[in-house]
Design a protein around this ligand. Structure first.
Ligand SMILES: [Zn+2]
Ligand SMILES: [Zn+2]
Length: 344
């Protein structure tokens, strides 16, 4: 699969018979994307309700996201597939909001918690167990695939359970959490254990193309503002999809046509054969730096203003952008893959 999201969007549309010949310039706008059928949708892919260890009903949880500027939500209770038909009848009646069914397949190896989200699974997936950390992950990933779901590996540093080496060995998954909003999942690593962004660069530099998700893992909706509980609104994705429906959304995630954020919003992101352009929706009082990152996490260049452009030199394996906002929020684009082939 090509990693260039612009290219893959076009290819998939050609395959769908939607589009025959459209030339996209690097500075094409979000408006043009809309004309082509690709729009940005804000969503959260990791959420709990009273059907597992959340503190609120599915209806209240969906209402929170709908009222806070999101367009879609995946409900992922632990080992439980929460029904979404009734929720969509109420909250999605005007086609502006979508609830996607899902499950956090919650397993372990010894004392290590191993949690794999299954997005848009067709049936409940039972934890599969296994003979090692990698085996437990792989068996659950494969069970999610068998249920027509899209897997994403959750919070690898929670319980210091899943190492970069484990991640490298897992196959048939394209997504993992680079940021999880739960306060106890050790996103940044420490004590010699790498943080999630460092793990990401290690995997990419080793030839494994994988995409980084930010999400909430929200459990607690009744204590707004308390940083010591896993509340909502901390990490999300903006997905570029043809329409607001489960398959277009999860398929866009799987081809890397999205960015992850803890607060920075982009008005546009383009990756072409020539380079990458990032355009920020700026807050008036904030300042930004846009970093283009390549092999081994090296910052290849840094821009101080938007739009920021990176022109490929030709020898990069991948280039991804990280936007740092002066008050601490971050956006991460997915890697534009420059290698000839990706190790699966
Ligand atoms: Zn979990
Ligand atoms: Zn969770």
């Amino acid at each position: 699969m090509m990693a260039d999201p612009r290219r893959t969007l076009l290819l998939s549309m050609v395959a769908a018979g939607v589009l025959v010949a459209v030339f996209r310039s690097p500075r094409a706008t979000a408006v043009q994307d809309a004309a082509l059928g690709g729009r940005w949708y804000k969503g959260n892919t990791h959420t709990h309700t009273l059907n597992s260890d959340g503190d609120s009903t599915p209806d209240d949880v969906v209402r929170w996201y709908r009222e806070h500027g999101y367009q879609f939500l995946v409900l992922t209770d632990h080992n439980f597939l929460t029904s979404v038909d009734g929720l969509n009848a109420v909250h999605g009646a005007d086609d502006r909001f979508l609830v996607v069914k899902g499950e956090e397949v919650t397993d372990r190896f010894g004392s290590k918690p191993i949690h794999i989200n299954g997005l848009d699974v067709s049936t409940t997936v039972a934890p599969q167990g296994g003979s090692s950390v990698v085996d437990v992950i792989q068996r659950n990933v494969d069970a999610i695939r068998k249920a027509n779901g899209v897997p994403h590996i959750d919070h690898p540093n929670f319980g210091w359970a899943i190492s970069a080496s484990d991640m490298r060995q897992v196959e048939r998954t394209k997504l993992f959490e680079i940021y999880n909003g739960h306060h106890a999942v050790n996103n940044l690593g420490g004590g010699g254990v790498p943080g999630m962004e460092e793990v990401w660069d290690r995997l990419l530099s080793g030839g494994k193309l994988i995409y980084g998700v930010a999400d909430d893992d929200a459990h607690v909706f009744k204590q707004p503002g308390n940083p010591d509980v896993p509340g909502p609104g901390r990490g999300w994705v903006f997905v570029r999809a043809a329409r607001l429906a489960p398959r277009p959304i999860v398929e866009a995630l799987e081809r890397g046509d999205f960015y992850a954020s803890t607060g920075v919003e982009l008005t546009d992101y383009q990756a072409t054969a020539k380079g990458i352009t990032v355009t920020i929706k700026q807050r008036p009082s904030s300042k930004y730096r846009i970093q283009f990152i390549g092999r081994n996490g090296q910052v290849l260049s840094e821009a101080e203003s938007s739009p920021a452009e990176y022109v490929f030199r030709g020898d990069e394996l991948y280039v991804r952008a990280r936007v740092l906002e002066s008050n601490g929020s971050i956006a991460w684009t997915q890697p534009a893959w420059r290698g000839s082939s990706a190790v699966r």
